[in-house]
Design a protein around this ligand. Structure first.
Ligand SMILES: [Zn+2]
Length: 85
């Protein structure tokens, strides 16, 4: 019976908490059922709803700005080369 319990437990909760500490080490606690984090690191729905779109938008905006910067820089270098030639 104990062996069976251990087996079901091992197969149903193989995931570990995905939280990383400041040293980059993964949390040793097993993740909650149906979640990617343990109880201590589980993000609350309220926090997630506020933080996630903000970070997502910022990342997208930064990515767009970097891409635009590269294109403008390339155009600038190209123009300079063409004019100096
Ligand atoms: Zn954790």
């Amino acid at each position: 019976m104990f062996a069976r319990m251990g087996l079901t437990r091992a197969s149903s909760t193989p995931m570990r908490c995905l939280h990383l500490n400041s040293a980059g080490e993964q949390c040793p606690m097993p993740a909650m059922e149906g979640a990617e984090f343990c109880e201590a690191h589980l993000p609350t729905p309220l926090e997630e709803a506020i933080v996630l779109p903000w970070a997502y938008r910022l990342t997208r905006r930064l990515g767009a700005a970097v891409l635009l910067g590269i294109i403008v820089l390339q155009l600038y270098v190209m123009m300079k080369m063409m004019l100096d030639w």
